[in-house]
Design a protein around this ligand. Structure first.
Ligand SMILES: Cc1cc2nc3c(=O)[nH]c(=O)nc-3n(C[C@H](O)[C@H](O)[C@H](O)COP(=O)(O)OP(=O)(O)OC[C@H]3O[C@@H](n4cnc5c(N)ncnc54)[C@H](O)[C@@H]3O)c2cc1C
Length: 380
């Protein structure tokens, strides 16, 4: 089916992203996978190419568009290329809104030029060793000391954790538990007491640096408070819809891409004297997956449109997230099976897609948490 959410301008942007991937990312990806981290230079190259801060005001070097479809194009192309190391969407679509919507004018002037040039890599640190799904259980504390907060605690599984120069940290600013006493503090590289732990050894996304972060009496100036004090939870809830949609867009594109590779494979691979594609079981498998991908695509595209119109609510973002990522998991697994033993070899794209994609149903809110959110919206 013809997709109707993109215009010629979006397609021209797609060409730019493809060229960037071919020139600046794919030739280096295997080395980055071995090293566990991408280069700082590729961030600067992304900045030069205009791929950072699409929604940031041009005054700070950004793209000046609030049209999420440009982000969707970027996410789709990265998913198709299997370029899982360079977390541009995390920077643009997940951290970006905190800096553009909550920052004061002074903070924007301080942080956004580096954000758009690629000099400043960003991360968001919510998850802790003892609290992931249950954000209300966060234990990191920021104690008010007049002109600064004293930050203490630990975060884990933080994407861009090694490279990040600015980390938006969710911390508790009142002694009481629950959601009402949390604030967002921007911790900067080099602050005393801010330490990075291990670059964690994951089963996939090997070029993406995912790290532990430790805060030991870090003096965070009050000028680095993002948004109002104790207001973090509302900000997190507002921004998580876009994060979940971004993940859904990538999941739908990854599933379609791996299915496309598998269609080519079963046409070419022979067994029992004819191509696999001539066997009815294989044909049914492909037919089912093509149907599921097409249905998913139409729902995700619709959510992109709704988001553009400011109407995407938490429940529908959650539907898109769990549905598309579970579809990706299922499709990639079945495609791997159709590749036989070759599917288990990491030199085949399907094997890497299997490993890289497995996280999708977990980060950004697990499938189970998505269903909780939807259940609350449907049942009250
Ligand atoms: C590669 C990677 C990158 C990540 N990047 C970031 C990042 O940049 N920033 C960040 O802050 N975090 C990040 N995370 C953390 C991620 O968001 C969490 O791992 C995720 O939210 C789940 O939290 P948890 O690991 O503590 O699991 P838990 O919350 O302990 O959940 C364990 C299991 O219990 C289930 N469960 C929990 N509560 C319920 C419930 N109420 N009902 C039913 N089932 C439930 C979960 O669905 C899951 O299956 C990343 C994680 C990974 C692995």
């Amino acid at each position: 089916m013809q997709r109707d959410i993109y215009t010629a301008d979006h397609e021209a942007f797609r060409d730019t992203v493809r060229t960037f991937l071919e020139k600046e990312v794919l030739p280096h990806h295997e080395r980055w996978e071995r090293e566990g981290v991408v280069s700082r230079e590729v961030w600067r190259a992304a900045g030069r190419q205009g791929l950072l801060g699409l929604a940031v005001d041009p005054e700070y070097g950004g793209g000046g568009t609030d049209d999420f479809r440009y982000s969707a194009v970027l996410i789709e192309e990265f998913a198709r290329a299997g370029a899982s190391g360079l977390a541009l969407s995390l920077h643009n679509d997940i951290v970006g809104p905190y800096l553009t919507r909550l920052a004061t004018e002074e903070q924007r002037r301080r942080w956004l030029p580096g954000f758009t040039s690629g000099e400043t890599v960003t991360a968001i640190a919510m998850t802790e060793p003892g609290a992931g799904s249950d954000l209300q259980g966060i234990r990191t504390t920021a104690t008010d000391r007049g002109d600064h907060y004293l930050l203490n605690g630990a975060k884990t599984f933080i994407s861009n954790g090694i490279l990040a120069d600015l980390v938006v940290v969710v911390a508790r600013t009142t002694p009481e538990g629950g959601s009402s006493g949390q604030s967002l503090l921007v911790v900067e590289r080099g602050m005393d007491g801010f330490q990075r732990g291990r670059n964690l050894d994951k089963i996939g996304q090997k070029a993406q640096d995912t790290a532990e972060l430790f805060f030991d009496d870090v003096r965070v100036p009050k000028e680095n408070l993002l948004g109002g004090e104790h207001q973090a939870f509302a900000a997190l809830m507002a921004n998580l819809a876009q994060e979940r949609l971004a993940i859904a867009v990538g999941a739908a594109a990854a599933a379609e891409h791996v299915l496309g590779l598998t269609v080519a494979y079963v046409k070419e691979r022979e067994a029992f004297g004819r191509p696999l594609a001539r066997l009815q079981h294989i044909r049914f498998e492909i037919a089912e997956m093509a149907t599921e991908c097409a249905v998913t695509r139409s729902f995700v595209d619709r959510c992109v449109t709704e988001h553009g119109a400011g109407r995407l609510d938490a429940a529908h973002a959650s539907m898109a997230k769990w549905w598309a990522t579970e579809l990706q998991k299922r499709v990639v697994d079945r495609c791997l099976q159709l590749h036989g033993g070759y599917g288990y070899m990491t030199e085949y794209r399907v094997a890497r897609a299997f490993l890289d994609g497995r996280i999708q149903t977990i980060y950004g809110g697990t499938t189970e948490i998505m269903k909780e959110i939807i259940g609350r919206s449907v049942l009250g």
